[in-house]
Design a protein around this ligand. Structure first.
Ligand SMILES: C[S@@+](CC[C@H](N)C(=O)[O-])C[C@H]1O[C@@H](n2cnc3c(N)ncnc32)[C@H](O)[C@@H]1O
Length: 251
């Protein structure tokens, strides 16, 4: 079995693209302007894939416009998806206090790899993959995010640390009012995906969205988890032509 190459970003990137990402990082470091100038001109440094991801998140937000509920990000990693949802939500629906953005992660990388995740010949899923070890950083990011948003006396974001297979059932049990509008799962593993679907689906109304990363490509365990929770022929499983990493369906 070949070594898992999904360590620098995405296994979807070719070696040439990894080289381009390095050039982009170098450009960010060496180019003129303060850090703030660079943040304010982030489109100068972000790749087309980063922009496409944000646009796909925007589309899902629009598809679920006025659907009641929170947005769940299962698997936070460095926070691009989590803060993507949060920034889009406060920019487009500044007064929607009924839509919270909740991230779940071990913050210590993958947990719960099973044989169901190992059926692809070219990827070996392993424990502690994608270990960003950044729980405190994400909390600090949320503190700064909260400083400049409407209704910032009402909590908008939350992150729950620990193995999703345990934290999500406990969270759902504790939060009896909870409804979900978008459930985005990017752990790439059967077990946490299974528990997320099992616990959140009963909290999702018609029109809400479930998105799972790379279903027909690199995550056999996630497809298995989906099959065990829903009848595939009853859903319209789709992707975005410009950002196929998201597989999704509208309930
Ligand atoms: C591919 S990354 C997620 C990428 C992220 N959605 C983004 O937008 O950049 C996978 C994440 O899932 C987390 N993860 C894997 N297994 C987990 C589990 N059992 N419980 C909680 N988090 C888990 C990892 O720690 C990692 O941060």
């Amino acid at each position: 079995m070949k070594k898992n190459i999904e360590k620098k970003g995405s296994m979807l990137s070719s070696s040439r693209q990894y080289g381009i990402q390095d050039l982009r990082a170098n450009l960010f470091e060496k180019t003129k302007g303060s850090t703030l100038d660079k943040i304010n001109s982030f489109t100068k440094f972000a790749g087309r894939q980063n922009i496409a991801k944000l646009v796909a998140q925007y589309e899902m937000l629009m598809m679920t416009k006025n659907v009641l509920g929170n947005i769940i990000e299962g698997g936070v990693f460095h926070g691009s998806g989590l803060l993507g949802w949060a920034n889009l939500s406060v920019s487009l629906e500044p007064y929607n206090y009924q839509c919270k953005i909740i991230g779940f992660d071990t913050f210590q990388g993958s947990k719960g790899v099973t044989s169901k995740d190992q059926s692809l010949s070219n990827i070996k899923r392993r424990e502690k993959e994608y270990n960003a070890n950044n729980y405190e950083d994400i909390l600090r990011t949320i503190e700064v995010f909260d400083l400049d948003r409407p209704l910032n006396h009402i909590k908008k974001m939350e992150v729950i640390k620990g193995d999703i297979s345990k934290t999500i059932p406990a969270y759902v049990k504790k939060n009896k009012q909870l409804t979900v509008r978008i459930l985005h799962l990017g752990m790439n593993l059967y077990k946490p995906t299974y528990h997320s679907l099992k616990n959140f689906i009963p909290r999702m109304s018609k029109g809400s969205i479930i998105a799972i990363d790379g279903l027909n490509h690199a995550t056999p365990g996630c497809f298995e988890a989906l099959k065990e929770n829903l009848e595939i022929s009853k859903i319209n499983l789709k992707t975005f032509d410009y950002y196929p990493n998201f597989s999704y369906f509208v309930i």
